[in-house]
Design a protein around this ligand. Structure first.
Ligand code: ADP
Ligand code: MN
Ligand code: MN
Ligand code: MN
Ligand code: MN
Length: 335
């Protein structure tokens, strides 16, 4: 007997990478072998030397096919065994290992928008829907667009064994959020990439597409972000460590280094309006949804917990944002 392994990888599309996948039939009980693909079709190679290598790094139950079938997340390598330049997971492996003793945890809030044809789901054929106000966490056919897809996606993530921790409707029609974590840096990023794949794959069966476009509708509509919640063991025990992490993210050239790697188009989303802080002015504050970094109210009360970096775009690479935060806060907290 056999099973189907869906090999999933992140491609080299500029400026924002896409997910790709293909199916391998394996004998029951067989280990997941390395595999190859045509990198010239994914912006990961030239046609004259096109072979790239897929190395399985995490695998999950396949809720789409069910049974013994698997979803297999891979890293991309060159044939000489070096990580391909599009392989951002390789650098996170090293950084996470360096600061492993700090026991970092992340929870990422993934916002996204459904589209049907060229319009966000719930936008009328002509003109615009009623302005923002009633959609966030709303109920009813006049407020909510795409719930059956969202529920199916949630069930699929749970059946796959992903660390998904919640969902909510967002402030624009057709806009939603799911949260992954708290998990270790590599786990949260792996689970988020597979949850994204399951989002596209689930919506496909409804004839709907999902996008991580950070500004999917022009005008007075919220953008789509990926708030990144972070703690270390020290931060989960002391408020001094919370403040030190928030300070470290604002020190020297860190704000710009982070912003540059927080997703294409981040400057257009972080305008200072729509619950954002301006991209070029770092700030942090308790309860403040207009700050770059928010210390949740409960964290101040408890004098320990986590911080929320509100800057990352919905289209951020979770391998990159977790690496930068572990690096910046990890080296500051080490002292
Ligand atoms: P909000 O919408 O109010 O900003 P959410 O409930 O959507 O918050 O998301 C909060 C996130 O914080 C969740 O993903 C959760 O996993 C994460 N989180 C909670 N505690 C911690 C912690 N100690 N370290 C890191 N992340 C955490
Ligand atoms: Mn072929
Ligand atoms: Mn949220
Ligand atoms: Mn949100
Ligand atoms: Mn948030």
């Amino acid at each position: 007997m056999t099973y189907k392994a869906e090999y999933i990888w992140i491609d080299g599309t500029e400026p924002t990478a896409k997910l790709r996948s293909k199916t391998k039939i394996l004998a029951d009980g067989a280990e997941l072998p390395i595999w190859g693909f045509d990198g010239s079709s994914t912006n990961q190679a030239e046609g004259h030397a096109s072979d790239r290598v897929l190395k399985p790094v995490a695998d999950f139950a396949d809720p789409i096919r069910g049974g013994a079938n698997r979803l297999v997340l891979c890293e991309v390598f060159n044939i000489d065994g070096t990580p391909h330049e599009s392989n951002t997971r390789a650098a996170l492996r090293e950084t996470a290992e360096r600061y492993a003793a700090q026991e970092a945890l992340f929870g990422i809030e993934q916002e996204y928008t459904f589209f049907e044809g060229s319009r966000p789901l719930g936008f009328p054929e002509n003109g615009f829907p009623a302005p923002q106000g009633g959609y966030y966490c709303g109920v009813g056919a006049d407020e909510i667009f795409g719930r059956p897809v969202v529920e199916k996606h949630l069930d699929n993530c749970l059946a796959a064994g992903l660390g998904i921790s919640g969902i909510n409707a967002e402030v624009m029609p057709g806009q939603w959020e799911f949260q992954v974590g708290p998990l270790s840096p590599l786990e949260v990023a792996d689970h988020l990439w597979v949850a994204r794949w399951l989002l596209y794959r689930t919506a496909e069966d409804f004839g709907i597409s999902a996008t991580l476009d950070p500004k999917p509708a022009k005008g007075d509509w919220n953008g789509a972000g990926a708030h990144t919640n972070f703690s270390t063991k020290k931060m989960r025990e002391s408020y001094d460590a919370i403040i030190e992490a928030a300070e470290a993210l604002g020190r020297d050239d860190k704000p710009l280094e982070h912003i540059k790697n927080y997703g294409v188009g981040v400057e257009a989303r972080l305008t200072g309006a729509h619950e954002t802080a301006p991209w070029n002015e770092y700030s942090y504050g308790v309860s403040n949804r207009g700050a770059s970094v928010r210390i949740p109210w409960q964290v101040e009360v408890d004098q320990k917990g986590y911080i929320e970096d509100r800057r990352p775009n919905a289209n951020v690479d979770p391998y990159v944002v977790t690496r930068l935060i572990v690096d910046t806060c990890g080296s500051a907290l080490e002292k």
